[in-house]
Structure formats: C-alpha cells, structure tokens
Design a protein around this ligand. Structure first.
Ligand SMILES: Nc1ncnc2c1ncn2[C@@H]1O[C@H](COP(=O)(O)OP(=O)(O)O)[C@@H](O)[C@H]1O
Ligand SMILES: [Mg+2]
Length: 294
C-alpha cells in the first residue's frame, strides 16, 4: 500500500529498537496514570503518542526521562535498563526532551539557554573553569559556536542576545527545541510542541521536525494537533486511561474504531460513527487542537 502524499511510510521492521517501554505503570495515590504500558521506538523513527487529556502521555514521558519513577515495569535504551535512573543520567545517555509547560531561564539570553543545554558535553573540568585556562576559553568558544549552529537550525539565531522572557511564545518553544538538540540526542521527546502556535508557526514546526528526523534522531511527539501528527508521524501510539489502545501507521490509526471511540465517546455505534466522519478533516474528527492543556 502506498501512503498518501505528505504521509511518511513506516520504517522497515528491521530498524533497530532504540527505546523499549515494557509494562510500565505509574501511580499517584489512588490514580493510575499509566497502566501497564508497552511500546517501542526504533532508531530514527518519528513516533507520536496521542490520547485525550489525562490519558497519561506526560506521565509516560516523565518516567522515560527519569522525572518520575515508575511503580512497575521497565524502560530500556539501546538494550540498557534505565528504569528509575536520574534525569541527568538518562539525558547523558542521549535522551533529550522539552516540556508541556516551557522550562527555560527567562532572564538569560537565548544563546545562554542553549549553552546551558550543552553542559554535559563541554570538555573542561572544575580546574579549567576556576582558573580560566586556555582549554576553558577554547571549550567555551566551541560551545558558543555550536549553540549558534543549533539556533540557526531552528531559525532563532536573530534573537540570540535577547532575554528569553521577552520573546513571543512560539519563539520560546523553538529555543527549547534548540536547547534539547544541542545535546545531540539519539532521541528527542517533545511534549505538545504545537500548543499555542499559530498556523505559520505550526508549518515551521512541521518543517523543523522533518529536518530533525533527517539528522537520524528519533523523535517522540506528544501532540493534539492531528494535522501535524498525521503529516509527520511514521507510527502513532494511542493512549486512553493510561493504556495503549492502538499502535499503527497514521492511515491505520485514523480509521481505528477504538481510537475514534476514545475521542468521541461514540458508544455502541462506533462503526457507523467512523463511517460518517470518514470524510471530515482531522480536526473535526479528533475535535482537539491547540489551547487544550492538561
Ligand atoms: N504529579 C502528579 N500527581 C498526581 N497526579 C498526577 C500527576 N501527574 C499526572 N497526574 C494524573 O495522572 C493522570 C495522567 O496525567 P498526564 O500524564 O498529565 O496526562 P496527559 O499528558 O495525557 O494529559 C491524570 O489523571 C493526572 O491528573
Ligand atoms: Mg500532558
């Protein structure tokens, strides 16, 4: 089967597994946010994780990146068990992320925010830093050059000396992505990167995601904007009440009755409902776009 124009083909079955989430459970008191979730991400793949608000998407990201400890299950990166490891350790192993609610240093410049993302990679020790050795200056300059390259890549170099807090929201989102990319991750996790963006900014984001994918970086995307999800994803995992209810290509997901039911609460007439909406736009089908926050 050939994919429609603009929709990417799923990668070969042989692409090596990068991330393996196995039977992961996250509980907060009485709430089970993630309930025995299993899915994998292949090297270089663009995978979207979708589902209604409260489905457990952000909690799953937080477990993968070490911000939460799962109460059950395992997370493996390149075959290495990273379950319950600290965020800095997991980041150093090649996993970078952005947050649903931006986490930037508002009073620092754009450039310094990106440089801050690189601290794990700067080749200097405490001795160099305290005594400002030649090696310190060299590595600082290298960090600045590289940060500028990433700002070019996301299209934000023109703002590099501005304080982040003075930038429009869409621009701040790009800076956060540049900061994550500056770690040269094997996998980048983005939590609702299109939320709050206007149409043009979403187009730019789509282009940016494709260029990130072209670098060979695996991209895992939590996103409500179905237009974006359908265009950029090779595969989509759908969560509802902390469980995976579907895993497939965009084409498979858009006609999956369980997915449609999760979004529409369609009750008994799911097949009929799916038939009725088959020709509507994605936004109409999923009814959830920007502006919705967990
Ligand atoms: N830190 C937390 N403490 C308590 N409950 C939480 C916490 N984080 C998330 N939850 C709960 O877990 C469920 C899933 O939330 P979340 O992972 O944010 O979903 P999503 O990102 O899919 O909207 C929700 O019921 C939410 O209220
Ligand atoms: Mg969320």
């Amino acid at each position: 089967m050939t994919a429609p124009v603009g929709i990417r083909e799923a990668p070969g079955e042989n692409a090596p597994r990068l991330l393996e989430v196995e039977a992961m459970t996250v509980a907060f008191g009485g709430v089970t946010a993630v309930d025995g979730l299993s899915f994998g991400v292949n090297e270089g793949e663009v995978l979207s994780v979708i589902g209604p608000n409260g489905a457990g998407k952000t909690s799953a990201f937080n477990c993968i990146t070490g911000f939460y400890k799962p109460s059950g299950g395992h997370v493996r990166l390149g075959g290495v068990d990273i379950t319950g490891k600290r965020p800095a350790r997991i980041a150093a192993m090649g996993v970078a992320r952005t947050f649903q609610n931006l986490r930037l240093f508002g009073e620092l410049s754009v450039l310094d925010n990106v440089r801050a993302g690189m601290h794990v990679r700067i080749k200097q020790n405490a001795f160099d830093a305290i005594l400002h050795t030649p090696r310190y200056h060299r590595s600082e300059q290298e960090a600045t050059d590289e940060a500028n390259r990433w700002l070019d890549f996301v299209g934000s170099r023109g703002n590099r000396y501005n304080e982040v807090r003075n930038l429009p929201y869409g621009e701040q989102r790009r800076v956060e992505i540049a900061r994550a990319l500056a770690r040269e991750p094997r996998m980048l996790l983005l939590d609702e990167p299109a939320a709050g963006l206007n149409h043009n900014e979403k187009e730019q984001l789509l282009d940016l995601l494709r260029r990130i994918s072209d670098l060979g970086t695996a991209v895992v995307l939590i996103e409500h904007d179905m237009g974006l999800v359908m265009q950029v994803s090779e595969r989509i995992v759908v969560l509802n009440y902390g469980r995976e209810i579907a895993d497939g290509t965009p084409t498979q997901i858009r006609s999956n009755p369980a997915v449609i039911e999760a979004y529409l609460g369609a009750g008994d007439d799911v097949e009929e409902e799916a038939e009725k909406i088959a020709h509507q736009s994605d936004d109409q089908i999923f009814g959830r776009t920007e502006g919705e926050q967990a």
